[in-house]
Design a protein around this ligand. Structure first.
Ligand SMILES: [Fe+2]
Length: 450
């Protein structure tokens, strides 16, 4: 086995498993796995013989940029490949990745990644030669073989440079004694014949997907899974005109709020109730957070404190509602509202105050957060709820929030097209350009390059 080890870092377990399987199946080098930049840095310290690092960018426990910076300073000899759903012209502007894209070769492996692209780029950047697995065989770690071998393919041990010993026959279950014997000898990998490998991979892939779908993980895991859609949120915001710097800033705010929430038991147990619901409430929360940060960034209230208040309000606004359908009702004039039963109408009308009560029970959030949530369905002309405040009575942070909420809601519930954007901006111009909404609305136009 080659000395050069391969480090793969990704917070998404399924991506990590799949990348590892692709790499292991082709090359005889040892692979080491991590799920954050912190893991990655530790692994390189412990294994100085690591010969290449392949890392995801967005990871809640420390992103790929941090890992790259550390390598640049401490181990510039190790090549680095970035696995990311963003285009190169986006990631090369990230300050944490400065220097990564200076050569002719692009170290970006686009996501969802293709096996060939990943393996080709690895071969191109590795300092030492990758050791090819013997022709006719694919390699698999013993752990993964035991986890995924539901279709009972045969398996071999490598006993010399070009020699294989069959230890498991096709359709046989692998015995505990055999596992004990090979693990004791320090063997980490088994080899599957190439013609059986495809059925093995099919069963492994469906197993990985099933594991994810049925996982009843803790809230931290769910935040991570939900955050996987962050790349599509970025893509959407870019499409509707938000600048890269604003997206970057908002991404940082969302990440740090989610991390703070994860470390606060009370709040994270409340957040669990949001994450359990289908997607709308959570997506609305995230998107409102992105948009309100971007708007605030264009105003005189552009401080970390403001971003924090807006992001907490974004995540908690509908915490008292149990149904996505009720959360989708923004105004009393919506047709869907008129069709509700009286008790459902009551739930909608009282949810801003009820969400405030939940937030108050947490005791740690500022009165401004409470106020934003209380006012998040008020309207400039006074026909909102619960209090019917008008544009001169609604607080400024609430005005930023209401604009963001309306924008986010429409992006989530209507097909995003050029016509939709024109219609949203037209409606905002008509309804939100005076009173306390004037400055936030102007800021929104700057944030979306109008
Ligand atoms: Fe709401």
């Amino acid at each position: 086995m080659s000395e050069g080890k391969i480090l793969i870092v990704d917070d998404n377990e399924s991506n990590l498993e799949i990348m590892a399987m692709y790499i292991e199946s082709e090359f005889d080098n040892e692979t080491i796995l991590g799920s954050s930049s912190v893991d990655g840095i530790e692994a390189v310290k412990e294994n100085p013989e690591i010969d290449i690092v392949i890392s995801d960018y967005y990871m809640p426990g420390g992103d790929g940029g941090q890992l790259y910076q550390w390598l640049k300073e401490n181990r510039p000899d190790i090549p680095f490949l970035l696995v990311c759903g963003e285009n190169q012209d986006v990631v090369e502007k990230l300050p944490e990745l400065s220097g990564l894209f200076s050569g002719d070769f692009s170290p970006l492996v686009s996501k969802p990644f293709k096996k060939e692209e990943l393996l080709e780029k690895m071969k191109l950047v590795m300092n030492k030669e990758l050791i090819k697995v013997i022709d006719g065989y694919k390699r698999i770690s013993i752990d993964r073989f035991l986890t995924f071998n539901k279709c009972f393919v045969g398996a071999h041990l490598k006993i010399g440079d070009n020699k294989m010993l069959k230890v498991v026959n096709k359709d046989d279950e692998i015995s505990e004694e055999l596992i004990y014997n090979i693990v004791v000898k320090g063997v980490k990998y088994l080899y599957i014949e190439e013609n059986e490998y495809e059925s093995f991979m099919d069963s492994a892939m469906s197993e990985v997907m099933e594991k994810l779908a049925t996982r009843d993980g803790d809230e931290t895991e769910k935040v991570k899974l939900q955050m996987d859609s962050v790349e599509s949120i970025h893509e959407g915001l870019r499409y509707v005109g938000m600048g890269e710097r604003a997206i970057e800033l908002a991404h940082g705010v969302v990440e740090s709020t989610l991390n703070t929430i994860k470390s606060n038991k009370k709040i994270s147990s409340i957040l669990k109730t949001i994450l359990k619901k289908d997607n709308y409430i959570y997506e609305l929360s995230l998107l409102t957070c992105y948009i309100s940060t971007a708007i605030a960034n264009e105003t005189e209230w552009a401080t970390t404190e403001t971003y924090k208040k807006l992001s907490y309000a974004s995540l908690m606004q509908d915490v008292s509602l149990k149904s996505n359908d009720l959360a989708k009702i923004c105004k009393k004039t919506d047709k869907a509202f008129e069709q509700l039963k009286p008790e459902e109408k009551q739930l909608v009308l009282s949810h801003p105050l009820k969400s405030c009560e939940v937030v108050e029970g947490l005791g740690e959030l500022s009165p401004d957060v409470r106020n934003i949530i209380w006012e998040h369905h008020e309207r400039p002309n006074g026909d909102g709820f619960p209090r019917g405040l008008n544009k001169s009575k609604i607080g400024t942070l609430s005005c930023i929030f209401i604009l963001s909420h309306e924008f986010a809601h429409r992006l989530l519930t209507e097909p995003i097209t050029h016509e939709l954007l024109e219609s949203i901006h037209g409606d905002l111009d008509k309804n939100y350009s005076s009173g306390n909404f004037k400055k936030p609305h102007e800021a929104l136009k700057r944030a979306f390059n109008r």
